[in-house]
Write a protein that binds this ligand. Structure first.
Ligand code: HAM
Length: 440
C-alpha cells in the first residue's frame, strides 16, 4: 500500500485527517477559493497561473542564496542536465512572467493574484506542510505607498470575509538596499561581544545575514534582542517617508497594525515595507499570511530596469486552522437534486435516460449502481442527500410514469416520464446562477 509523502495530504470529498490535523473537504477548499477570488475581484486583482516547475536559478536569485528556502527546503528535479525546482513560493515566478511577457506594456501597475500549491521541504507539523497551498497578490509597477496599503487591505478583507478574528498585523520597514549595510554592521557590532550566547545558526547568520538573527526563536537570543539596534534608526529619508505614509494610510482606513522593529522576513527580496498577519490560533506555527515590498527583485532576476512591487501570500491550511479554532464549520458539498431508484432491467434503462435528460437540463442526478432491492436503493437515496427521489418499478414502466418522492415531506406523486424535467425545474426553482455560487 502506498501512502502520501510526508508533509503532503489528499483532499477528499468528506475531508480527512493528516498526521492528526484535519484536512477540510474538497467542497470547503473550493468554497474558500471562491471567497478569495471574490475579494480579489473587488480589489481588481487579475488571476495569473504560473508553472509548478521553475528554473532553479530564478528561485535562488529571487528568494536569495542565504535563505532557509534555498539552502535547505527546495525540491529539485533534474532533467537533461537542467535543474528545476518545485516552486517554493510564487513571487519570483510572477516577476519572471511579468518580465517575460512585458506585462508593463498593458499600461499602469499590474494587479495580479494567484491560488495554488507551493513546495518546501520543511519539518512537517501543524500548519507546516511540504506541499501547501497559497493565495496571494503581487502589485507590480508602483512605488506608491497606496499600493502597499492596498495589498494589506486586501489581505485584511479576505480574513474579514471568512469571519476570522483574533489576528494582529505586524508591520516594519527594512529600508532600501542601500540603507541596510549600515544596519547590518550595527547588528554585527552589537551581537559580536555575545557570540558565546549565539546558536551556531545565528553565528553563521552574523556573517551572512545578521537581520535574520532578529527572527530567532532561541530564548537566550530573544533576551539579547531587547537592546539591539533597530532598523528605524537606519532608514534613509525616502524609505522613512514611505513608511510614514504607509502607517498614516493604514490608520486612515482603520486597519489596525502594530509596529514590530524585530519583523524581518525569511526571503531576501524585501525592501521597505514588511508585514505579517498573525493569529492566536496558530501559536508558534507562524503567520496566516505575510508579504512586503520588493523593489529590487526584478533586477535580481535579470531585469535591466527596476520594477517597484509589493504583495503578500497566505496559506489556506493556516486559514482553515484559524476557522476551526473559532468553530466555523467549512462549507459542505452540494447534494444532488434527485436520486433515481429503479427496479428491474427495463426500469434501469429508463432511469439512465431520465438521468441523462435531467442532467442536460442542468440538474444534478445520482442513481445506485449496486443495491438491487428497493430497500437498499432507498437507503442509498437517503445517504445521497438528494431532495427528491424518482422511483421507477415495472408498473411505472408499463404506464410511462415515475413516482416523485419528496425526501423531506415523504409526499409521493406520480408524473408522466416526459413531464419530469419541467416538473423538477418548477419544484427546485431552477436558477443556474444560484446553484453555482459558493455558500457560507
Ligand atoms: P512566506 O512568508 O514564505 O512568504 O509564506 C507566506 C505564507 O505561506 C505563510 O504566512 C504561511 O501562511 C504559508 N506557508 C509558508 N510555508 C508554509 C508551509 N510549509 N506550510 C504551510 N503554509 C506555509 C512568501 O511566500 C512570499 N512569496 C510572500 C510575498 C508575496 N511577498 C511578496 N509577495
Amino acid at each position: 500500500m502506498f501512502q502520501t509523502i510526508r508533509g503532503t495530504f489528499d483532499i477528499l470529498p468528506d475531508g480527512a485527517d493528516s498526521a492528526g490535523s484535519p484536512v477540510p473537504s474538497t467542497a470547503a477548499w473550493l468554497h474558500a477559493e471562491t471567497v478569495v477570488r471574490e475579494i480579489m475581484a473587488r480589489y481588481a486583482f487579475e488571476e495569473i497561473r504560473t508553472p509548478i516547475l521553475e528554473p532553479l536559478d530564478l528561485i535562488a536569485r529571487g528568494v536569495g542564496g542565504t535563505t532557509d528556502i534555498v539552502q535547505k527546503e527546495m525540491f529539485t528535479v533534474e532533467r537533461s542536465k537542467e535543474t528545476y525546482v518545485l516552486r517554493p513560493e510564487v513571487t519570483a515566478p510572477v516577476m519572471r512572467a511579468y518580465l517575460q511577457h512585458a506585462l508593463a506594456q498593458r499600461g499602469g501597475a499590474q494587479r495580479l493574484f494567484y491560488v495554488g500549491p507551493c513546495f518546501r521541504a520543511e519539518r512537517p507539523q501543524k500548519g507546516r506542510y511540504r506541499q501547501f497551498h497559497q493565495f496571494g497578490t503581487e502589485l507590480l509597477g508602483s512605488a506608491d505607498p497606496r499600493a502597499d496599503v492596498d495589498v494589506i487591505a486586501n489581505l485584511r478583507a479576505i480574513y474579514d470575509a471568512f469571519g476570522v478574528t483574533g489576528t494582529r498585523l505586524r508591520l516594519n520597514s527594512i529600508g532600501d538596499a542601500e540603507d541596510r549595510p549600515r544596519y547590518r554592521d550595527a547588528l554585527r557590532d552589537y551581537f559580536a561581544p555575545h557570540a558565546d550566547v549565539l546558536s551556531e545558526t545565528s553565528r553563521t547568520r552574523l556573517e551572512s545575514n545578521p537581520l535574520r538573527i532578529l527572527d530567532t526563536k532561541v530564548p537566550a537570543e530573544i533576551a539579547l534582542l531587547a537592546d539591539a539596534p533597530v532598523m528605524a534608526d537606519f532608514l534613509g529619508s525616502e524609505a522613512a517617508d514611505h513608511h510614514g505614509d504607509v502607517k498614516e494610510l493604514l490608520a486612515s482606513l482603520d486597519i489596525p497594525f502594530f509596529e514590530d522593529p524585530l519583523l524581518v522576513r525569511g526571503l531576501d527580496y524585501y525592501t521597505r515595507t514588511v508585514f505579517e498577519l498573525e493569529s492566536d490560533a496558530l501559536g508558534a506555527q507562524g503567520a496566516l499570511g505575510a508579504g512586503g515590498r520588493y523593489d529590487g527583485l526584478a533586477e535580481a532576476v535579470g531585469s535591466k530596469s527596476p520594477v517597484p512591487a509589493v504583495g503578500y501570500a497566505a496559506g489556506f491550511e493556516r486559514l482553515f486552522i484559524a476557522l476551526a479554532a473559532q468553530g466555523i464549520v467549512p462549507a459542505t458539498a452540494d447534494k444532488p437534486d434527485a436520486f433515481i431508484v429503479a427496479l428491474g432491467e427495463d426500469a434501469e434503462r429508463v432511469a439512465l435516460s431520465i438521468a441523462q435528460s435531467l442532467r442536460t437540463n442542468g440538474r444534478s442526478v445520482d442513481f445506485s449502481l449496486d443495491g438491487k432491492s428497493m430497500k437498499a436503493q432507498m437507503k442509498a437515496a437517503d445517504r445521497s442527500g438528494a431532495g427528491l427521489t424518482l422511483i421507477l418499478g415495472q408498473d411505472e414502466i408499463t404506464a410511462g410514469t415515475v413516482i416523485v418522492r419528496d425526501m423531506k415531506t415523504r409526499e409521493q406523486t406520480a408524473l408522466q416520464q416526459a413531464d419530469v424535467p419541467g416538473a423538477l425545474n418548477a419544484r427546485l426553482q431552477f436558477d443556474p446562477a444560484a446553484s453555482k455560487s459558493g455558500k457560507a
